[in-house]
Ligand binder design. Structure first.
Ligand SMILES: Cc1cc2nc3c(=O)[nH]c(=O)nc-3n(C[C@H](O)[C@H](O)[C@H](O)COP(=O)(O)O)c2cc1C
Length: 381
């Protein structure tokens, strides 16, 4: 399969599957428990119909949005994801460059494989730092100061990963960092020598956001131990309120789902919340963000920027979310499969397809700007 054969999410997913060793593909593609939430994330958009208006003079389309004070040329951004250089040697570099080209925001994960500093140099687009809360408060402060010094615009604290999700596909293959592959997993790597050449002929694996503070790179600490030993499950709203104050800039919580929590996020001064179930990778059975969106927008949408992610594969999915009141939409696997399939050109092709689909969808809906999208154009089955 070649890049020019990829016309949608499923095509990129298939091409990524051809390139990646099974354990890595399944790490990206997999989710928690029975993967019910993962499946529902995309299905939830299918229960919503668009009702277009016609004859509205839509020759010029403006799809720009402003979210948490950041102006984005398109309403979709690349949500932070871990371990990108494992998927393709260009990793976060490709995602940062592609996001800059499309004038949109990108996230760098705490478990990112390129440093915040380097990503900042590559891209002038708004940069998000996805943060986990550590037991060591000094470490939290040091990491935030580092992000501030780098010029990161938005701090994004992930609050749905207080413990790791039960990813059974990873258990079956033995996927872990450092690798602990079982025999079947090793065989899968042997079957994809192209990936191995790409991986081993480039710089070694690192986790630069953590290496300075935690002994990860040397292989002494696994990611699962990092979650259980370093992160703080006793984190409370007071802790986060202090972080918001210390950061003093756009701060959002990723993984808020309830109205009660959304209201508390407003109270402690957050600028945004991302309704998210972590792509179905954490709490299986958790509601799809799109299903929960209207309730949250009605409760807090006039006081905080409400963003969603999960299951987005099409421009029309984005239009549905924006019509319900989301300010922007995050994507994960939507750009990760293209990254794995073809590096930067893959991510660019996927973002271009998204841009074109949004533009076409807006024209067909009779809307020339995002403000014109509204609930009057939606019906639910
Ligand atoms: C392979 C992979 C790694 C991820 N790593 C992180 C991470 O390090 N931090 C985080 O907050 N979210 C992480 N996420 C979740 C994404 O930021 C996002 O919430 C999710 O992918 C959205 O669902 P989607 O993949 O269906 O678009 C990850 C998702 C995937 C698929």
């Amino acid at each position: 399969m070649r890049l020019r054969d990829c016309h949608n999410f499923s095509d990129f997913r298939r091409m990524a599957q051809q390139r990646l060793p099974g354990p890595i593909f399944n790490y990206i593609d997999g989710a928690a428990d029975d993967e019910v939430t993962y499946r529902r994330n995309t299905e939830s958009f299918e229960r919503c119909d668009l009702v277009p208006n016609v004859l509205r003079g839509v020759s010029e389309i403006d799809m720009s949005v402003t979210v948490m004070g950041q102006k984005l040329a398109m309403p979709v951004y690349c949500s932070p994801t871990a371990l990108q250089r494992l998927f393709h040697h260009q990793g976060e570099r490709a995602v940062a460059k592609a996001s800059a080209k499309f004038g949109t925001m990108f996230g760098v994960s705490s478990l990112g494989t390129v440093s915040l500093e380097e990503a900042r140099k590559i891209s002038s687009s708004p940069q998000v730092y996805q943060f986990y809360f550590h037991r060591d408060r000094g470490l939290n402060r040091a990491m935030m100061q580092r992000a501030k010094a780098v010029g990161v615009e938005v701090m994004m604290l992930t609050v749905d990963s207080i413990t790791g999700g039960n990813r059974e596909r990873d258990k079956r293959t033995g996927f872990a960092i450092p690798f602990k592959l079982n025999l079947a997993g090793m065989l899968q790597f042997a079957l994809k020598p192209g990936w191995a050449i790409n991986y081993f002929t480039h710089e070694g694996f690192k986790l630069p956001q953590l290496d300075e503070h935690v002994d990860m790179g040397g292989g002494t600490m696994s990611i699962s131990r990092y979650f259980t030993e370093m992160l703080d499950p006793s984190m409370t709203w007071d802790d986060v309120a202090e972080m918001v104050r210390l950061w003093g800039g756009p701060f959002c919580l990723k993984g808020v789902m309830s109205v009660e929590d959304a209201k508390r996020a407003v109270e402690i001064g957050c600028s945004g919340i991302v309704l998210s179930n972590h792509g179905g990778r954490q709490l299986d059975g958790s509601r799809a963000a799109f299903d929960q969106l209207a309730e949250i927008v009605d409760a807090v949408g006039d006081r905080i920027d409400v963003i969603i992610d999960g299951g987005v594969q099409r421009g029309t999915h984005v239009l549905k979310a924006l019509s319900l009141g989301a300010k922007a939409v995050g994507v994960g696997r939507y750009y990760l499969f293209p990254l794995a399939a073809a590096g930067q050109p893959g991510v660019e092709r996927a973002l271009e397809q998204m841009r074109v689909e949004i533009e076409r969808g807006m024209k067909l809906m009779g809307c020339s700007s995002i403000e014109q999208l509204s609930r009057t154009n939606l019906r639910f089955r």
